[in-house]
Design a protein around this ligand. Structure first.
Ligand code: 2AM
Ligand code: CA
Length: 267
């Protein structure tokens, strides 16, 4: 059954409109080898263009809401209880390399609580939506986190830090701990989709250090509404404050948290 509310309609419409531009630009990338400034500049333009489209759509539908966007920063609204948190292109490095795994992420924070989330993967045409208390859905189909109970059966996702980011040693310890006992670890490059995949029961769990609010806000709602647990890496509520993120089904949340915390004492 297709779950639709006026709020989710606004969010999915904004994501679909921006996706049309991203799909066009993704298709153009292969012709860019000749361009002087190169693909990185093109991708950051595509990213900003998608953000402008989303912002215009959200403003048109809910003029008073505030905004927190990856490119445009924070913009307070006259309605202080509602704020959009937007990543117009999550998985930028994939996009730049022609890898069709990236997403648009739109969340609504209401009274400081994450209330609704939409993650859209344009190339796969996968629309993930969730609203507090209403469940999570993929293209209209109800989602549930995986039922796996054993760490040695579990497939986990993560993000690997790269040059310019801190804590490479800490990450290697975390990876060492998880790879030694699990069925595998994946690194696909979009935090928003990693969380959506946990909600869909594809991954049994996911963790990543650092991250910004727009990377994870929508995905957090998806995982919770699909029956999973989400916390920061220390088990607290600082997922939007850069304290990292850990998400899993209810059975595997504690075992994964123990592995990660054991590998990174003191956070
Ligand atoms: P992006 O594609 O919007 O940049 C990959 O591990 C994930 O980390 C992606 O969701 C990516 O978002 C995000 N990311 C990219 N650069 C980052 C940085 N400097 N700090 C934290 N997260 C980052
Ligand atoms: Ca991002």
């Amino acid at each position: 059954m297709l779950y639709r509310s006026p709020l989710l309609n606004v969010m999915t419409a904004a994501a679909q409109k921006a996706a049309r531009g991203l799909i066009r630009d993704f298709g153009e990338l292969e012709h860019l080898q000749v361009s002087r400034k190169g693909p990185a500049d093109f991708v950051s333009k595509a990213d900003r263009k998608a953000e402008r489209v989303i912002k215009a759509e959200l403003k048109k539908a809910r003029p008073a809401y505030g905004l927190l966007m990856e490119e445009g920063g924070s913009e307070p609204g006259t309605d202080i209880s509602n704020r959009w948190i937007v990543d117009p292109l999550d998985g930028t490095t994939n996009f730049l390399h022609g890898i069709p795994h990236f997403a648009i992420s739109i969340a609504l924070e209401r009274d400081r609580d994450l209330f609704a989330g939409v993650v859209y993967s344009p190339i796969q045409d996968e629309m993930y939506v969730a609203e507090k208390g209403q469940g999570a859905y993929l293209n209209g189909r109800r989602l549930r986190v995986s039922g796996r109970r054993r760490v040695d059966d579990a497939l986990f996702a993560t993000g690997i830090p790269f040059h310019g980011l801190p804590d490479h040693d800490r990450f290697q310890r975390q990876l060492g701990a998880v790879m030694a006992v699990s069925a595998g670890v994946r690194r696909f490059g979009s935090a928003a989709l990693d969380l959506a995949y946990v909600a869909a029961g594809r991954y049994d769990g996911y963790w990543e250090n650092g991250l910004s609010p727009w990377d994870v806000a929508a995905g957090i709602v998806l995982v919770r509404e699909a029956g999973g647990f989400v916390a920061d890496l220390a088990g607290g509520r600082g997922m939007l404050e850069g304290a990292g993120i850990l998400a899993a089904n209810t059975e595997l949340f504690q075992p994964l948290a123990k592995l990660i915390q054991g590998a990174s004492p003191g956070g």
